[in-house]
Design a protein around this ligand. Sequence first.
Ligand code: URA
Length: 179
Amino acid sequence: MRPSEDCGLCSLCTGRTKLVLPSGDPSSGIAFVGEAPGESEDLQGRPFVGRSGKILDKMMAEEGLDRSRVMITNTVKCRPPKNRDPTKEEMAACRRFLDSELSSCRLVIGLGKSACRDLLGYEGKMGDIVNKRTFITVEGKEIAFIPTYHPAACIYNKEAREGLRETIRTARGELEAGN
Ligand code: URA
C-alpha cells in the first residue's frame, strides 16, 4: 500500500513538492526508518539525499554496507514545513504506509526520536535505548527493532557516531548472515 499522489490523510500534502517513498532493496528484509523528508528529499522524491543522507551514506560505506542493499524510508512521506518534527497525528495518518513497507522485514532500525516515537511509542532519551534490541508488532507480526541515533545527531556528537556505527555493523552482519 502506497500513498496516492493526491493523498490528503494529513495536512503535510499541502506543502510538499514530491512524495518521498522508500529507496533501496525492500527484499533485503532490513529497513532503516528516518524522521521525515527535508528540502532535498522533497525536491528529488528520494529519502536521505540531503545533508543527513550524506552522513548516513558515508558511515554505511565505511562499515561496508552500501545503502542500495537495504530499504531506507521515513515515518512520513511528505516534508513537514520548515523541517519541523512530524506530529503524532501526521505519523499516525502515514503509519499504514510505513506498516506496509515494514511488514516483510526481519529487522527495522529506528533512526532517531521521531522513528522511535512512532514505532515504539518512546518519549525518553535516545541515549537510554540506543542499540538495545526490542520488538515491534507490524500487521500482527513481531519484527526485531533496534533504536539508534539519527545521522544528523552525529555531526557534533562522537557518542552518537559510535552508536550509529555499531547499529550499521549489526545490520550488515544480519544482512550477510541472512538472519
Ligand atoms: N532526510 C530523510 O529522508 N529523513 C530524515 O530523517 C532526514 C533527512
